[in-house]
Design a protein around this ligand. Structure first.
Ligand SMILES: [Zn+2]
Length: 287
């Protein structure tokens, strides 16, 4: 992917140096804090310092945060993510204005380990996610290591696809689709609800394809092999593949993202047409 000369986004929030104290939620805050203060007193620290800042410890005030993996390699990744986000902004700004509407750009939060979002506390193991309440995409860049080594999907375009998929959820939020799905799921059985969730996920994949199509048309970003990288990523994070990896078997009723074949097909649909109206997974004859 040709990205180095691309614009950097001003909507990236770097929270990689913000450390969430362990067990904060589990201890319900109060008790956890009490324990920390007692330990701090035992260790001879000044507890008033802790009380001034109970929500997190910003380890950038200490000297050793580099141990957490904030290497130059990670900063190139952060740079890359910023360019991809900026490209999604340019692309969706254009698409929305074609529809006579205005695109509200989402923020992207880089975090390390765990993060507090308007949708709750999240750990990196959950993978990248989008929170409709604060309109932010959250990603721990270590996910890209898992994508490459554990899920077998290397390549910069595979990484871009992940961002574009999350931004796809933001577009759904702006269209009011996320809210409709959320409301409908309250009335449905788990199986029906999961089916709706699969439709939503596949549409986000299709929107990722729409981004790639339009971004390439406007800025010529795609290089040889990029499409294959994106398709391979879509395939390797299909629920069937993930379930097989974790449970050794596949149970379609509990799919919430779609099978590998479905994810690849919907990503390709968006990529081919570049048109959001081709992404109506909710009324598709074949999902
Ligand atoms: Zn998703």
């Amino acid at each position: 992917m040709r990205w180095r000369l691309g614009r950097r986004s001003s909507n990236v929030e770097d929270k990689r140096h913000v450390r969430m104290p362990r067990g904060r939620r589990a201890a319900g805050g109060g008790i956890g804090l009490l324990v920390i203060i007692i330990i701090a007193i035992l260790l001879g620290a000044d507890p008033s310092k802790l009380l001034n800042d109970t929500s997190y410890v910003d380890s950038s005030q200490t000297t050793n945060y580099d141990q957490s993996g904030t290497s130059s390699g990670n900063d190139e990744l952060a740079d890359f993510v910023s360019v991809v986000l900026a490209d999604t902004e340019d692309t969706w700004n254009d698409i929305f204005s074609d529809y006579g509407s205005r695109y509200q750009e989402p923020s992207l939060v880089l975090f390390s380990g765990a993060v507090d979002s308007a949708c709750g506390y999240a750990q990196s193991a959950m993978g990248p996610f989008y929170c409709p309440r604060d309109q932010k995409v959250y990603i721990d860049l270590s996910f890209y290591r898992d994508l490459k080594y554990q899920l077998g999907a290397p390549g910069d375009f595979a990484q871009a696809y992940v961002i574009a998929h999350e931004v796809g959820h933001h577009v759904q939020n702006l269209f009011g689709i996320s809210e409709q799905v959320y409301n409908a799921r309250q009335r449905l059985s788990d199986t029906e609800g999961n089916r709706l969730s699969v439709m939503q996920e596949l549409q986000a994949d299709c929107f990722a394809g729409v981004w790639a199509h339009n971004a390439d048309k406007a800025r010529d970003i795609l290089e040889q092999g990029d499409i294959e990288e994106g398709l391979n990523a879509a395939s390797s994070i299909g629920d069937d593949r993930l379930q097989k990896q974790s449970q050794g078997r596949v149970t379609p009723d509990s799919f919430t993202h779609g099978s590998s074949e479905q994810r690849v097909r919907w990503f390709k649909t968006g990529l081919k047409t570049g048109d959001v109206s081709s992404c109506n997974t909710f009324e598709a004859e074949v999902l």
